[in-house]
Design a protein. Structure first.
Ligand SMILES: Nc1ncnc2c1ncn2[C@@H]1O[C@H](COP(=O)(O)OP(=O)(O)OP(=O)(O)O)[C@@H](O)[C@H]1O
Ligand SMILES: [Mg+2]
Length: 298
């Protein structure tokens, strides 16, 4: 009934920062010394873009979920960071699993939980990236998780997406009472908007009937650095490091009278890297806290 230290990042709406959060938070946790697994449950397979590995068909993950085969691990995508790659083949997952569940063979949530349990002892943290709006896959991810992180942008459609995922969260709690709402992340935010935070809380409270946790750290809106990071297959903190290295190399080239060559990195990644560092700390602290609460309850 859900796998320890497993968090799902989910939202009812697309393009709200799920994959960016999954990759950057998992990457920072791994860089800080944790053993981390990302599972990309999305047929878009965008985790490959943010981490820079070759896009995958998703066939191996699909096969693993519908047969007894172990999860296909891409080991060492970064130090201490492994990935199970998603891809287009996962588009067939919902249909295949519905057929299986109808035959009484267990639903996708049961299967995913079993697969994750098989590898859980190798990791300190497992992070699930979910597709936008695929009910069966999102429900399965929540069924296998201990906590959910919900990112949202500030527009009305994103807030509707928060409501939808909060409703899904309540449904899944009936079968997975271990599931907790880790919190909501305000994503790609232009400035400190108290109105947005109030609206998010109201959306959540409408569904959850409780004070809703919103993380203090907001991820700032920064198209240039976000696009540059994804284009290069680098996490934001890696982009920041690469940009610093590039700057030093250019100055060095100029000093020696030669023409600087190099990558022309987005110049302003450090603020965004700082946001992710603060957010990762908040999320990981919350995950440990939830785990401790659970240990005292049981
Ligand atoms: N800090 C940022 N500011 C502005 N745009 C950003 C920022 N970070 C990421 N983006 C952009 O926002 C878009 C959506 O991000 P992302 O892919 O993480 O969302 P998602 O919720 O996973 O989307 P999907 O639902 O399609 O899986 C991407 O084009 C990404 O480059
Ligand atoms: Mg995504």
């Amino acid at each position: 009934m859900s796998v320890n230290r497993t968090i799902a990042v989910a939202q009812g709406k697309g393009g709200v920062g799920k994959t960016s959060l999954v990759c950057n938070v998992a990457g920072l946790a791994a860089a800080a010394g944790s053993r981390v697994l990302i599972v990309d449950l999305d047929q878009q397979g965008n985790v490959a873009r943010d981490l820079g590995y070759k896009p995958d068909s998703g066939e191996e993950l699909l096969t693993s979920l519908i047969t007894g085969a172990p999860l296909p691990l891409l080991v060492g995508v970064r130090d201490r960071l492994d990935v199970v790659a998603g891809g287009p083949a996962l588009g067939d997952l919902a249909a295949v699993m519905t057929g299986r569940a109808q035959r009484g063979a267990g639903d996708l949530g049961d299967v995913l939980e079993r697969k994750l349990s098989d590898v859980a002892s190798d990791y300190d943290l497992i992070v699930l990236d979910t597709p936008p709006g695929d009910r069966i896959v999102v429900t399965a991810a929540l069924a296998a998780s201990r906590a959910v992180v919900i990112p949202t942008r500030s527009d009305e459609a994103s807030l509707d997406g928060v409501t939808r995922i909060a409703e899904r969260f309540m449904e899944v709690r009936a079968r997975n009472p271990h599931l907790r709402l880790a919190g909501v992340v305000l994503f790609a935010i232009s400035s400190r908007t108290t109105r947005l935070e109030r609206d998010v809380r109201r959306s959540l409270e409408g569904v959850l009937g409780d004070a809703a946790p919103v993380f203090d750290t907001r991820i700032r809106h920064l198209d240039s650095a976000a696009a540059d990071a994804r284009r290069r297959g680098l996490l934001v903190h890696e982009l920041e490091q690469a940009a610093i290295g590039d700057r030093v190399a250019r100055i060095d080239a100029l000093r020696q009278g030669s023409t600087p060559t190099g990558g022309l990195y987005a110049r302003d990644s450090s603020g965004l890297a700082g946001d992710y560092a603060n957010l990762a700390q908040e999320i990981l602290t919350r995950v440990v806290q939830l785990e401790q609460e659970m240990a005292t309850v049981s």
